[in-house]
Design a protein around this ligand. Structure first.
Ligand code: SER
Length: 337
């Protein structure tokens, strides 16, 4: 008999680490983690595999040994990194997702019931043409401005569509089990964790500023002070993934949902950071390319569909995120630095 597992790809990334922490609270969930890096896992419910999602042999070995019930497909190259090597990013972000979707569809057929495929997409799926338009349409709905300017954004938007394609294709193949692949996706804003720092993203100036300040290091922000995009504290991001995964299928009116918590300008993040770490030196040195990317992302997301369909509601607004979660945990982390 194969062991039943929830598979997490890109498990050692920021979202992965926080998700594992949350999922291991429930001892009945056995977790198989996959990442290109080694993990020193000690939790009895977690088995780690070091490997590449593009390795078909490895994916075959996974299904020969495990019955995959759900997949959190988190592996991806983020937006700034993807711009250095767009073709490599396409390989990981698109071909990797295609392989995982295929694996999920196969598993669904074999089990006779749908595998849940949870996919984090991003504000990068949007692309506003210029700052005037960005100011004129500050809050975007899922179907608006789907014209991403980055390789990462294109990859995310297309993979959302692939998820829809595979869901429909398998629905047609089976009358008995109407949805053979249960694809569910959230479009995240920039995420900020108190325990990890991102790498290779373009919303990274938020978390980098805070972590640098807590370490007592000066920080040069790579976007202009007036640059505004939406953000979310990591615990809310994990809640969003888990709530969406748990929602009854019939309550979901769409496959892709915006979720957000608060929108701040880089200057507002600077002010909140200075309140907690007043001696920090935070300056602005906009980087042309990275500024160009963030300028195409919306100021805010309309997440009313998620609120209506599966009861989404972030616990942390900007004030609570900084006061209760970010500042105390980050300060503790670097105490003595
Ligand atoms: N945080 C991501 C990035 O900056 C956006 O999804 O690439």
């Amino acid at each position: 008999m194969r062991k039943k597992v929830t598979l997490i790809t890109g498990a050692l990334g920021e979202i992965g680490q926080a998700l594992i922490e949350a999922l291991t609270q429930d001892i009945s969930t056995r977790i198989l983690t996959l990442d290109i890096r080694d993990a020193d896992t000690t939790h009895p419910a977690v088995t780690h595999l070091k490997g590449d999602i593009l390795d078909s042999g490895l994916l075959s070995r996974i299904i020969s040994e495990y019955e995959v019930e759900a997949i959190y497909h988190l592996a991806a190259l983020l937006s700034t990194r993807s711009e250095f090597t767009p073709e490599a990013a396409h390989k990981v972000n698109v071909e990797g997702t295609l392989k995982l979707l295929h694996l999920a569809a196969d598993q669904s057929e074999w089990r006779g019931q749908p595998v849940k495929f949870i996919f984090p997409s991003s504000i990068a799926a949007y692309g506003l043409p210029d700052l005037e338009t960005k100011a004129k349409y500050p809050t975007v709905k899922e179907h608006e401005w789907n014209t991403p300017g980055t390789m990462y954004g294109c990859n995310k938007l297309y993979c959302e569509m692939l998820g829809g394609y595979y869901s429909r294709r398998y629905r047609q193949l089976s009358e008995e089990h109407p949805v053979m692949l249960d694809f569910r996706c959230v479009r995240f804003p920039g995420l900020i964790s108190a325990f990890t720092v991102p790498s290779g993203g373009t919303s990274d100036y938020g978390p980098e500023m805070l972590h640098a300040a807590a370490k007592g290091e000066p920080y040069a922000c790579f976007v202009r002070p007036d640059t505004a995009i939406p953000f979310m504290a990591m615990p809310d991001a994990i809640t969003a993934l888990l709530q969406l995964a748990a929602a009854p299928r019939e309550s979901l009116s769409r496959l892709v949902y915006n979720v957000t918590s608060f929108s701040l300008s880089a200057e507002q993040i600077r002010q909140l950071t200075l309140q907690a770490f007043p001696n920090t030196q935070i300056t602005f040195e906009p980087h042309l390319k990275r500024q160009g990317i963030v300028d195409t992302w919306p100021i805010d997301l309309d997440d009313s569909a998620a609120r209506r369909d599966w009861g989404w509601k972030p616990e942390h607004d900007a004030e609570r995120s900084f006061r209760d979660y970010l500042i105390p945990n980050i300060a503790r982390r670097y105490r003595g630095a």
